[in-house]
Design a protein around this ligand. Structure first.
Ligand code: 48H
Length: 254
């Protein structure tokens, strides 16, 4: 019996690792922007894989606003909440969601649309090609190995698009700007200025270099935009927008 448990786990996981060693889209980070992007890409039929460093979903959602278990979004984001089946209460121009429900339903919506999420994996580098310069995938490592400090080489996943949804540190774009000849530095975000921050972040969501895209707070880090605090509408709209941009670019290359 015990050996059957082991074989079932190893064979099923290996089958999927083989299947997903080449995808249409790799999304790095299962926070609000990454999960939203995942749903809208997967439901368009793109083979979408999300790597999440932690063993949980939702990124910064779980912490709510200073651990109060509520998240606010703007009224005009109601359509995205409804598409995920997330409930909310109205307070003037704001909608208030339960943090646990938001995390759970963003993840469920993403998985039900057909995206694959794998936890406990850290993306620590990208794959690139020149002439023309493009990003063609990621280098991945078990987060447990990363934490241990052991010298273990990563393995690769190739993809037609990589989306950096890693939040405040824009980890994937940061490593790419250090190690790939991209003419860009990542200055980081600025202090809080909520109404400007969300608008600019949505505007600047998109491609960094061919094959590499930014969504969510990674956009603020790359473009030196102000932060907005625990209002998450911009993350959802940015996730949906990056999915539309990536889908459009991939459909041209088909
Ligand atoms: C694998 C990784 C890696 C890696 C990180 O931080 P997130 O919630 O990111 P967003 O941009 O979707 O949402 C930001 C929001 O949560 C927030 O912080 C806001 C609105 N702040 C405003 C303010 O003023 O403070 O999620 C990112 C996810 C996390 O789950 C990380 O564990 C994961 O990405 N991650 N996964 N490989 N290299 N880096």
């Amino acid at each position: 019996m015990e050996s059957e448990i082991t074989v079932a786990i190893v064979e099923e996981a290996s089958r999927e690792w083989k299947e997903y060693s080449k995808c249409d889209v790799v999304i790095v980070g299962a926070g609000p922007s990454g999960l939203t992007a995942g749903k809208y890409l997967a439901e368009r039929g793109y083979k979408t894989l999300i790597f999440e460093r932690r063993l949980s979903f939702g990124g910064g959602i779980g912490g709510g606003g200073m651990l109060f278990h509520k998240i606010v979004v703007e009224k005009d984001v109601a359509n995205i909440l409804q598409e995920f089946g997330i409930t909310y209460t109205e307070r003037g121009d704001l909608l208030v969601c339960d943090a646990a429900e938001l995390m759970a339903k963003l993840a469920t919506g993403c998985i039900d649309a057909g995206a694959k999420i794998i936890h406990g994996i850290t993306v620590d580098d990208v794959i690139f090609r020149e002439d023309p310069l493009r990003i063609t995938g990621v280098c991945i490592q078990w987060s447990a190995v990363e934490l241990s400090g052991l010298h273990v080489d990563p393995i690769f996943v190739e993809s037609r698009a990589v989306i950096d949804a890693t939040g405040h540190d824009a980890e994937v774009i940061s490593v790419a700007t250090r190690k790939v000849p991209i003419d860009l530095i990542v200055p980081g975000e600025r202090s809080a200025y909520s109404e400007v921050a969300e608008k600019e972040l949505i505007e600047k969501t998109g491609m960094i270099v061919k094959g590499l895209y930014a969504t969510g707070m990674a956009v603020a880090a790359v473009h030196n935009l102000p932060r907005m605090g625990p209002i998450f509408g911009g993350m959802l709209v940015s996730g949906k927008k990056v999915a539309e941009i990536v889908a459009q670019d991939l459909s041209k290359d088909r």
